[in-house]
Design a protein around this ligand. Structure first.
Ligand SMILES: Nc1ncnc2c1ncn2[C@@H]1O[C@H](COP(=O)(O)OP(=O)(O)OP(=O)(O)O)[C@@H](O)[C@H]1O
Length: 812
């Protein structure tokens, strides 16, 4: 129920807002004084850094004192910097509170109490002058859960000291801007629809916004979950998965402040542009951003330069476009198979076999000679106790090789090549040799070097020591095991594959031979296909030992439906001390590996953790799009009836068919002009592939101000973009134009493209426009026809090409 400006309630609330704003002002003033104080102090310390340390390197005691003094000075400086950084963040938050101090109020009467507690909720806490009462509670404080979880009426709150029961007497929502109440609602439901209507009806900003004022009950469960090792969220398109993930990070940083910092949280996002899209949410809430990365970046860093790693979008582009190329079906078969849990089991079986036989070892060489042959290393490795794990046997083998190298080092000193090398030492190396030897051999006095034989002996030692260094490094890095050849063996050696399958208790897939050929051809030329990268790294790390990341405590995986079983298994091992939050939507599985029955890694993920450690939350309500758009998009997928549209009005999607691409481009140009003139801030022409995007961009760039988004694009900006389908995933636009909703190869004709088409259409917030070249996609035929309007070209009141729609790309 909307409270009117004329009601006394409004006046009373505005009075309170004024009072709180005054208090915020006082806090800002105090903090500004404090920060300018620390700032001056910092400048002073930096300027006089060297005056305040005693620098003396004369003897070791003086040197130690100098270091202690330096260290102390640096510590004082970094302490001041920390305090300054903290205060600066606080100031930023206070300035936000000044403009909009809170968004909600609850009056809670605890059973047995005479008076209700009045609790105002904002993005941060604020106490009164006497520091006795909270004027504002942080939205993450335990009591705030009442606001998100209950409508007025009986309510309860779990606290560490027990359950508090009572009644929620009032639930009020505010929109406050620049210290003025803009609207006020008393609501009878969990979170009033009116406020959501208002929030969702706005034109989008270029970046994602925080949703703390309107978090829904189910979303709150995701945000505040502390119990599960694995939190699985399956949510419809636009149901707030990404939003919930980001508010969850803010919640965790608040709840565990002091023990958890932003560096210990990692968000895996689909692409660099998405990183930019979500990067403002946490700062808006007064928190630092977590680490953000893409899985591709992780793989690239781990693989190093030994292979040319394919990018997942190049893989997808291949899947969408290369149908007529030779080898297409075997590659696609391989991509699908390698994403299954069956392949994870086959690789585990393979690793089991490798524990007994089959690892490929390289010769260890010292200078030109073979120090130990690969065969001898293999014999040593497989001679070790088999109950010891493979990585531990590798380490034992490395120790053995290092011992052999040491022996060889001793015998080498008297060999003729050493004399030659000693003679070639230049003065600098000679000095370096002397200093190194002196460090190693404390008895060595200056005069020892005067003795010719002794000098020769010592320099010989140095020369040999330098000569064995590369071999020693290689042994330590375990490069004596040839991981590439070992991995290849699974595909090259049919007996090995059969043994691995037998070990795993599974059958090899029907097309195994074709898959093998496809894999071998690439690996032999050091090309690493995206589908092979994770299995390969998994094998490498299971052989050499996993380099785990033990500092990360929370991993959040957005668009989790696009990960394979292998990728999850790998991430689980990589972050052994981390909790995982995986958010996805099976209906948006668009990667090339996604099979018809959608058995992606996302479904398999639950099996990685015990059921009591796992919680699954399903989000059905879709907030992004208007009701007509959700009603349309939910008809595109089999289980769409379960998606609940949020009741926000708008026009039905419109389909326009054009005879040829020239006509199509002209129609799109006119539509873009109208949409821009109507004040849509973000508009996307979504194409199926990168190649199509490029062509459309080229055709329109001189006629329309637009930007082409490619896989390396790293910023999300307002305006008009041309973007391939797979990069539009995860983000949203005020208006979406689907470039080719035909049934042709350039459009969406195959059943396997249904989810891609659904993903593309669900990016629209307010308007969806479908354009088809020649024919109409089969997904748009049948009962769905009632859910969109057809526009025989020209009926829509578009601006004519070259009309001035683009001059003012402005706001409504
Ligand atoms: N509780 C909420 N209050 C206000 N807006 C919300 C709420 N939940 C979601 N939204 C809005 O709905 C839109 C979609 O949210 P989000 O991108 O988080 O959904 P998603 O589930 O990750 O979508 P997709 O899977 O389609 O990428 C965003 O504009 C977001 O701000």
């Amino acid at each position: 129920m909307k409270v009117s400006e004329r009601e006394p309630e409004w006046t009373a609330e505005q009075r309170r807002v004024d009072e709180v704003v005054r208090q915020v002002d006082r806090s800002i003033e105090a903090l500004e004084q404090q920060t300018s104080g620390t700032h001056l102090e910092m400048v002073d310390i930096r300027k006089n850094f060297w005056d305040d340390v005693t620098v003396n390197f004369e003897d070791s005691a003086e040197m130690a004192e100098t270091f202690a003094s330096l260290k102390q000075q640096a510590e004082i400086l970094s302490e001041r910097e920390r305090a300054h950084g903290h205060a600066a963040r606080q100031l930023k938050t206070l300035r936000k509170l000044k403009s909009s101090p809170y968004f909600g109020r609850i009056d809670f009467l605890e059973n047995g109490e005479a008076q209700a507690d009045r609790v105002y909720l904002g993005i941060a806490s604020l106490r009164d002058r006497a520091d006795e009462h909270y004027l504002i509670y942080d939205w993450r404080a335990p009591i705030a859960s009442l606001y998100y979880d209950y409508p007025p009426g009986p309510a309860e709150l779990k606290t560490p000291s027990g359950l508090i029961e009572g009644e929620l007497l009032l639930k009020r929502q505010f929109v406050i801007r620049e210290g003025e109440i803009v609207s006020l609602f008393d609501t009878g439901v969990t979170i009033g629809d009116e406020l959501l209507q208002e929030v969702l009806g706005r034109q989008s900003d270029a970046q994602m916004r925080s949703i703390v004022g309107t978090i829904q009950r189910e979303q709150n469960r995701i945000i505040r979950n502390e119990r599960s090792r694995l939190l699985l969220v399956q949510g419809a398109a636009g149901s707030g998965k990404t939003s919930a993930a980001l508010q969850r990070v803010a919640y965790l940083l608040y709840r565990f402040r002091g023990t958890l910092n932003a560096d210990q949280i990692v968000l895996f996002s689909p692409n660099p542009m998405f990183n930019s899209y979500v990067s403002t949410v946490l700062p808006e809430l007064g928190e630092e951003n977590m680490q953000q990365t893409t899985f591709q970046d992780y793989l690239g860093a781990r693989l190093g330069h030994s292979f040319k790693l394919e990018n997942p979008y190049a893989q997808l582009e291949y899947a969408l476009r290369a149908e007529l190329e030779p080898g297409y079906s075997s590659r696609m078969e391989g991509i699908r198979y390698k994403a299954t849990t069956g392949f994870v089991r086959l690789i585990d079986g393979f690793l089991g076999v490798l524990g007994r036989e089959g690892l490929v070892f390289r010769d260890v060489r010292f200078r030109e000679e073979t120090l130990v042959s690969g065969a001898a290393i293999g014999a040593h490795f497989y001679g070790l106790d088999r109950s010891i794990s493979v990585p531990n046997r590798m380490r034992l083998t490395a120790e053995w090789l290092l011992r052999l190298l040491k022996e060889r080092q001793k015998t080498a000193r008297t060999e003729p090549w050493v004399d030659g090398a000693v003679e070639l030492l230049d003065k600098e190396t000679y000095l370096k040799a002397y200093q190194t030897l002196r460090r190693q051999n404390r008895q060595l006095k200056d005069e020892s070097f005067d003795d010719f034989d002794r000098e020769r002996e010592l320099l010989g030692q140095y020369v040999v020591m330098e000569a064995v260094k590369p071999t020693r490094t290689r042994i330590k890095k375990l490069t004596f095991v040839d991981v590439r050849s070992t991995f290849l063996k699974l595909f090259l050696d049919s007996e090995m594959a059969a043994a691995a399958a037998a070990q795993a208790g599974i059958e090899l897939p029907g097309q195994w031979e074709a898959i093998c050929k496809d894999t071998i051809d690439r690996l032999l030329v050091k090309k690493m296909a995206y589908e092979d990268a994770t299995p390969f790294l998994y094998v490498v790390e299971r052989i050499r030992g996993f380099q785990t990341n033990t500092s990360v405590r929370h991993v959040l995986i957005d668009e989790a439906q696009d990960y394979t079983a292998f990728q999850f298994a790998y991430l689980q091992r990589l972050f052994p001390f981390s909790r995982i939050t995986a958010l996805g939507d099976l209906n948006q599985s668009i990667q090339a590996h996604a099979s018809e029955e959608a058995s992606t890694g996302f479904t398999a993920l639950a099996s990685l953790y015990a059921s009591e450690e796992t919680e699954t939350i399903v989000l059905r309500q879709s907030y992004r799009s208007t009701r007509p758009i959700v009603e349309f998009t939910s008809k595109l997928i089999p289980d769409g009836d379960g998606i609940e549209p949020f009741n926000r009005g708008g026009d039905k999607p419109v389909l326009t068919v054009a005879a040829d691409s020239n006509a199509l481009n002209g129609l799109i140009e006119g539509r873009l002009a109208r949409l821009a003139a109507n004040g849509n801030r973000t508009i996307a022409v979504i194409c199926k592939t990168g190649a199509q995007s490029k062509a459309v961009y080229e055709a329109l760039r001189d006629r329309v101000p637009l930007r082409l988004v490619q896989s390396e694009t790293s910023t999300f900006e307002p305006g008009i973009v041309v973007i391939p389908s797979y990069l539009a995933k995860g983000v949203e636009f005020d208006a979406v134009l689907v470039y080719d909703a035909s049934g042709e190869p350039s459009g969406y004709g195959k059943e396997s493209e249904r989810r891609l088409f659904y993903t593309v259409c669900t990016r629209a917030m307010h308007e969806l426009h479908l354009f088809a070249l020649g024919t109409v996609s089969p997904f748009l035929k049948g009962p769905i026809e009632d859910y969109y309007a057809s526009d025989s070209a020209g009926q829509q009141a578009d601006l004519q090409p070259n009309a001035n729609g683009f001059i003012d790309n402005g706001k409504r």
